[in-house]
Design a binder for this molecule. Structure first.
Ligand code: AR6
Length: 177
């Protein structure tokens, strides 16, 4: 496997349990909480997280903003806003790639060595999982190929089916390299 490939990990489970420098939250543009992974992160981090989020003035789709992790094992939470799937011709792919790139830029600015992502936009926002997974893997590998940090990027999958999609996307990447 390539050096870049070795820096990409797949984990099946709950992202709020991961002891990494930063976990990424699939938020909405208000940054004031919601369901899915966003709700789980706010519940696990405690009310101080919402208090800090209130001071951020929201976040554009495709951008990312950082807070502390409070009661989470992770030191930081990077809140990013994925695109809502509208059929694929509304710039969704570029916006989703931007979520991964911007999150990694924010993480690198704080010297994070380990970062974990959920499958952004693939829940409530309905992005087709196979397409979203390939974008996630391509964007992360492009970033770590050009940067020393983070040392590892973990794709945290809530179920085994999603983990299998990530395995396939990494295999596609390895064939291309
Ligand atoms: N750990 C890891 N992955 C999880 C967890 C968890 N604890 N919980 C859910 N997932 P979603 P979106 C997976 O809907 O599509 C919120 O209300 C889940 O299986 O959380 O970007 C926000 O406030 C799915 O694959 O995020 C926004 O309004 C993935 O996380 C909106 O949902 C993303 O699903 C964002 O929608």
């Amino acid at each position: 496997m390539s050096e870049t490939g070795q820096r990409i990990r797949i984990h099946t489970g709950d992202i709020t349990r991961l002891d990494v420098d930063a976990i990424v939250n699939a938020a909405n543009s208000s940054l004031l909480g919601g369901g899915g992974v966003d709700g789980a992160i706010h519940r696990a981090a405690g009310p101080e997280l919402l208090a800090e989020c209130r001071m951020l003035n929201g976040c554009e789709t495709g951008d990312a903003k950082m807070t502390k992790g409070y009661r989470l094992p992770a030191r930081y939470v990077i809140h990013t806003v994925g695109p809502v799937w509208q059929g694929g011709s509304k710039g969704e792919a570029e916006l989703l790639a931007s979520c991964y790139r911007r999150s990694l830029e924010v993480a690198t600015a704080k010297n994070c060595r380990t970062v974990a992502f959920p499958a952004i936009s693939t829940g409530v926002y309905r992005y087709p999982k196979d397409l979203a997974t390939q974008i996630a893997v391509d964007a992360a590998s492009a970033f770590i190929g050009q940067n020393a940090l983070p040392e590892t990027v973990t794709f945290c999958c809530f179920d085994r089916q999603t983990a299998e999609l990530y395995r396939q996307a990494i295999a596609v990447l390895a064939e291309r390299d």
